[in-house]
Design a protein around this ligand. Structure first.
Ligand SMILES: [Zn+2]
Length: 368
């Protein structure tokens, strides 16, 4: 049993407590929270400088792309980025696996306890089976050719079942509104079953995506025509968010939203990946448009970020919003845990095993 105290405790389900004490079992389970240090025998107290908060939830990651660190040049836009990521297969399996191991180690060191992870392959399966972190695996599909939709869905189902057979959460999801025609959206929606909690989709990451749906023109429109994409993608959609209806109004985690307006926001969960947005588009979302209880944070992949650190992401959000510290920590822990369905994580509520992070100045130490 440990009694952890710091200048501040941020339990996130209740208000922050100055010089509070967290009683934690050897297995990391929260046993109690005390308002005062005097309630605990002083010889048992471990006192830290800084604040204690629950472990972080990285709500959007592509762990399998970790070997692509540095492959894309900063600020070149999404079309250049997509062309770079296509080189993902030009690497030895050993290199891919080693990068996955190192990237996971980095997440653990940086106080991350759970991940919403996008998968196009089963490359991360071996590492995830070790159970170092909790993962919700989102099996991502895209297909711009209407004739290949069936085979895309069949391939996704094979990957999903491999993750599920290893005892992990896995849901088939669409990549984005511009890469998934309505027929594929419908197929994805039909696959949703009682093991699934939510969908996730990249949303309004660029202004070109809005141009495509709102005006049927621009760089995305020209690019999709050049690669013979099905016009069904934009024909009956006047806004990126129209695809949410096609998904059957199930809970969805919308990722990026860099070019979303207030009127685009729906009753869903949202995930911001500020460092990736700065990396690719050199832009950030308007943080005032989001419901603060529904906003999560993610790192995206190492192809569009130089580290897996939720704290670094928070510092950028803090600079570009009016969110107070308690709100920022909710975004980094509680909201992601709720969105992804990790009931034991996200707050210091009794009975949970959320992990304990110590933040001092702008440094983080994983205590538990
Ligand atoms: Zn992503």
């Amino acid at each position: 049993m440990r009694f952890l105290s710091a200048d501040w405790i941020y339990p996130l389900h209740i208000s922050p407590i100055k010089e509070g004490v967290l009683q934690v079992s050897d297995e990391g389970k929260i046993i109690n929270i005390f308002e005062n240090r005097s309630e605990v025998p002083s010889d048992k107290l471990e006192i830290f400088e800084g604040l204690l908060c629950p472990g972080f939830v990285n709500a959007h990651c592509h762990l399998e792309l970790s070997h692509l660190k540095g492959i894309a040049e900063k600020g070149k836009g999404i079309l250049d980025f997509i062309s770079r990521v296509k080189k993902r297969d030009n690497f030895k399996n050993e290199e891919i696996q080693n990068s996955i191991i190192q990237a996971e180690e980095q997440m653990i060191k940086n106080g991350i306890v759970a991940v919403g992870d996008i998968c196009n392959t089963t490359d991360t399966l071996l590492q995830k089976q070790k159970g170092n972190l909790l993962y919700y695996n989102f099996i991502e599909t895209f297909q711009i050719n209407d004739k290949k939709i069936k085979e895309t869905l069949i391939a996704a189902k094979v990957i999903r079942n491999e993750f599920r057979n290893s005892g992990m959460k896995a849901t088939i999801v669409p990549h984005s509104p511009y890469s998934v025609p309505p027929k594929l959206m419908e197929g994805i929606s039909n696959f949703f079953d009682n093991k699934d909690d939510l969908f996730t989709i990249h949303m309004q990451e660029t202004s070109e995506e809005n141009q495509l749906f709102e005006n049927n023109k621009g760089d995305f429109y020209n690019w999709l025509n050049k690669i013979n994409a099905s016009s069904e993608i934009w024909k009956n959609r006047n806004n990126s968010t129209d695809v949410l209806k096609e998904l059957g109004r199930k809970h969805t985690l919308l990722v990026h939203n860099t070019f979303s307006k207030k009127e685009d926001i729906t009753d869903n969960y949202y995930c911001t990946c500020p460092k990736a947005n700065l990396y690719i588009e050199n832009s950030l979302p308007d943080y005032s448009i989001f419901d603060r209880d529904k906003l999560c944070v993610g790192t995206d992949s190492l192809a569009s970020n130089d580290s897996f650190s939720i704290l670094e992401e928070l510092l950028i959000i803090q600079k570009n919003s009016d969110f107070d510290l308690n709100t920022l920590l909710k975004i980094s822990s509680k909201n992601g845990a709720i969105a992804l369905g990790f009931k034991n994580l996200g707050t210091f509520e009794k009975g949970k095993i959320p992990g304990v992070n110590l933040i001092k100045n702008i440094n983080i130490t994983k205590i538990l």
